[in-house]
Design a protein around this ligand. Structure first.
Ligand code: CTP
Length: 317
């Protein structure tokens, strides 16, 4: 691609343990492209580093392997395409291949193996845009909660977070509404969606959605496609018990970021719905990630406890 286009935007990273901080950066990157400036070439492209480059530069292996990280990131609603094996140090030549003028990153400094800023050359060329990092969540924080049993995330006062719920409910352009957000029942609407909702036509999947991962996403995709790819998928997110590592709000924002989801019911108290599935009872025999579940993710961390304690210490936790 020869011409650089300001409406082709690049965002890159590890996206390990994909959480709403990552999807928040992706959403804000999408929002750097104003809908009125859209052209037929407009795209948000996500570059993802492979496991070896992460090990080399960050000094530790990611919890989720590259196949899991690639696929999960691709399912983010505001993403058009992913590029695997993206260079750890972002450089203009690589972005030029995709016609992207700008790279977007959160307001933290990421350094390479030599301690150099991974975006310095892009900053020097004025091809770097910064967005707000989401507070209270990070891969380090989630690992810390698993290692210690501490729950230090945002409080679950859902009604105080309408602004975030609205943001994460937007359609692919990151501005216009898409997902509906209900609190407990259909009468209590927190966010109005961008389409006419008919509760009798929707399909529902209920669960805790803790440590939202590609194994769960694969199930959502299958249920949605089985019922026709035009059907409306509403996810019921239960409050869960104290075993949940992510708070209810964190789980809601993670689920809302998924392209297969058309709405959520927070802490559902609804009976008599047809087309309802329990997340834990769903199984995708053909699923590439059917082996993945919350226990396995926790085991990966606990089996390498010393490594992750050291990693988190370096990260200041
Ligand atoms: N990011 C963010 N808010 C967070 C965590 C990450 O906005 N709470 C952004 C980063 O600034 C970056 C993108 O998400 O633009 C991808 O981050 P990544 O390379 O995966 O790693 P980290 O910044 O190390 O995030 P984490 O510690 O959560 O792995």
């Amino acid at each position: 691609m020869d011409k650089l286009d300001p409406t082709r935007v690049w965002v890159d990273g590890c996206f390990d343990f994909m959480h709403h901080g990552h999807s928040g950066a992706i959403l804000q990157a999408r929002r750097t492209i104003r809908p009125e400036d859209y052209t037929s070439r407009t795209e948000l492209i996500i570059g993802i580093h492979n496991d070896n480059d992460i090990m080399l530069n960050k000094g530790g292996k990611p919890v989720m392997n590259e196949a899991e990280r690639y696929e999960h990131t691709l399912t983010t609603r505001w993403c058009n395409q992913i590029v695997t094996n993206a260079p750890y140090v972002t450089n203009s030549k690589f972005l030029d291949n995709f016609g992207c003028k700008y790279v977007v990153h959160g307001d933290d400094i990421t350094t390479d193996i030599n301690g150099e800023d991974c975006y310095q050359s892009m900053k020097d060329m004025d091809r770097f845009k910064v967005v707000n990092r989401t507070e209270g969540v990070s891969t380090t924080e989630l690992i810390h909660r698993i290692l210690t049993g501490e729950k230090t995330g945002l409080a679950n006062k859902i009604s105080e977070y309408i602004h975030s719920l609205k943001m994460y409910s937007t359609n692919i352009n990151g501005y216009d509404p898409w997902c509906w957000v209900f609190n407990q029942s259909f009468d209590h609407i927190l966010v109005h969606g961008g389409y006419k909702f008919d509760k009798s036509q929707a399909i529902y999947v209920f669960g805790n959605f803790d440590l939202f991962h590609i194994g769960q996403i694969e199930k959502l995709k299958e249920v949605k496609n089985k019922n026709s790819d035009t059907s409306t998928l509403i996810v019921g997110i239960r409050e869960g018990n104290e075993d949940c590592i992510m708070t209810l709000l964190e789980r809601c924002l993670s689920v809302l970021s998924c392209r297969y989801v058309d709405g959520i019911i927070i802490n559902p108290k609804i009976d008599n719905l047809t087309n309802t599935y329990e997340l834990d009872h769903l199984y995708c025999p053909q699923g590439k990630f059917k082996y993945l579940n919350k226990d396995l993710i926790i085991t990966r961390i606990l089996d390498n406890k010393l490594h992750y304690v050291k990693r988190n210490k370096i990260k200041g936790k």
